[in-house]
Design a protein around this ligand. Sequence first.
Ligand code: ZN
Ligand code: ZN
Ligand code: FE
Length: 761
Amino acid sequence: MNLRRSYRLRGVVQGVGMRPTIYRLATQLGLAGFVFNDGQGVIIEAEGPVEKLDDLLVRLQSELSPAARIDEIHVEETLPIAGTGFRILESPREGIRFTRISRDLATCDDCLRELHDPTDRRYRYPFINCTNCGPRLTIIRDVPYDRPRTTMAGFAMCPDCLREYHDPQDRRFHAQPNACPVCGPKLFLLKADGTTLDSDDTLETVAQALRQGEVVAVKGLGGVHLACNAADSQAVTSLRSRKFREEKPFALMVSDLNHARQLAFINDQEAELLTSVARPIVILDRKPNDVIDDGISPGLGTLGLMLPYTPLHTLLLESCGLHLVMTSGNLSEEPIAFRDDEIVPRLKGIADLFLLHDRPIHLRADDSVVRVVNGQCITLRRSRGYVPDPISLPKPLHRPILTCGAELKSTFCLGRDKQLILSHHIGDLENLAALEAFETGLEHFQRLFYTKPEAIACDLHPDYLSSQYARNTGLPVLEVQHHYAHTLACLAETGDFSPVLSWTLDGVGLGTDGTLWGGECLLVDKLDWRPMARLRPIPLPGGEKAIREPWRLAVAALWSSDSEEAKSLAMKLFPGRPVATIVSMLEKGLNCPLSTGAGRLFDAVAALAGVREEIVYEGQAAILLEAMTQRHYPEIVISRNDPPSYSMTIGKGEIIEMDWRAMMGQVVQDRLEDLPPGEIGARFHATLVNTLLEVTRALSNSTGLTRIALTGGVFQNRLLLGNLWRGLEKAGFTVLVPSQIPLNDGGIALGQAVALWLAQK
Ligand code: ZN
Ligand code: ZN
Ligand code: FE
């Protein structure tokens, strides 16, 4: 009987003729398999009779070249694959451990066919999967990846499944989550109070509940969704109030591309993303329709759609025949619920029914979110379906690293050799629950990727929980400026770190001068970087509070423009607000930190234009302003005069300042003349795009650079990003926009990792 073993050799084993020796010995012994070098040494897999395998090791050690030294041999039994021949493989560009772990994969066509075949033994089985599809990262407890180290450990395969598992000809050969109705996970139902609900037809019971307008908690792949009928405005409203999520848009799951096309405009690229194996939520332009409730994405012209990615989702959508709201199972702002013991306690009072199963989820994974702009996919949240695919560096790291990211949309990043592993989405790192999710996620990733960090990086902002975590590790800490990190994350995707001008338009990030940045153009040349241009800073009366109450920024903007009229105008525009208090804070400079953040400029304009005085989710005023503008100018193509621009002055000096004060006055004039917010929004977008274009030209002339990066959360605004991008390309610039790495703060950890890599001696 043949065995297959893998050997890891450490020591002085590379560049000393080790691989040819092994090849010669293995071939003489008639063994099958391969050998290659990786970041840690040599890896051999050999298959053959046990005595020949033993021989291989003995002879290897006696026939070593004098230069070689084996410090350690680690042997593991693996399952024979009946291979033939022995080969020397090229060294993988990535450490082998990094490649062993797959992202979660949407149900493949073969499995879908079986799912719908009444003669198949897995007909309508909600956990069907194979080597080409199914859960991966979310069920892995430890490495190497095999069944006992996954949450499938508790399910012993039946003889039929085992036969498939061991048959190299079978699609389920070594499919670790392999299962069937006889031996695999099962569905069950709980009532709203958490007690068992017996049902002859689980999915039909759920379908009925959904049709009746109930909210159902559905345990899926990486966590629990809250589902309800997207056409039922009562159901949507009650889900919103129970979840304390007043206005933030809900994502929808629809059964297939045809149904998606009824709700939204979908081009080929978007269709490809929707049906890709990662199955992200794709942000699409909504078609006018009365099929779904307006409360799904209040005030917005977009919809976040996804297609089923597990067999359970497929069956669920088929049985209810509805478009479903599928929003993460949590109270607003908390991490998504995924552990079996927390689902009912946390979602009691929100869900009327629980559709659960007995396959534990080991790692939570939120749905990923993408959007197509200017023919390129941009990533707004990188999580399920994409993580943990590594991002490669052009040259290896000298030592393993960890980076802790920023605060909002938190992720961390591990690096080893040439590989950077950006974590799943953790959420806003603003409370202890999120910090715990950060720490447990980190611990898990370190184990999975055999990485014990020896250097660490975090944001320059000392108060972020992530920065505190970094300092508490006791490792040498590199503090990386937020927008420099945004830029490096963008460059990492291209692998080209030559000099670039980088527009980092963002909400908030601490600058090197102690003020809050987010409206800069940076010149970045590897370790050398400096701001070349920036927006005029605006005071934030009340700090954080000004971010939630854009009317405060509007007052600050008017006050900054120095006109005596400003105060009375502000009183007129915001009659119910304590304008005088804010003005006196501004005059005394009391709790009014300065910020160049472009997000704040949008907030101020949105408030002045009458869009929104207070917000209930991050960036809402700016998002609504964009939506209103889009409605007003469905095909907005910004040129010099259409729509007419406001005046933004471009200063001189070492750092070019873009001064918005005159513009604010013009915005107010337009508001007082009752121009619709969409028109004001269009003029503002045009002004900003034209100003950025002009400053780019000036900076390009003075520096000779023509590579322009666009990154930072404000570029999630498609009007701004798309128009500036096209404008720059038209002017002959090479434009870099991150695609797989989030251009918002979800990408910061990756940029910090690049900073550590650049800084290594
Ligand atoms: Zn499959
Ligand atoms: Zn089975
Ligand atoms: Fe940022």
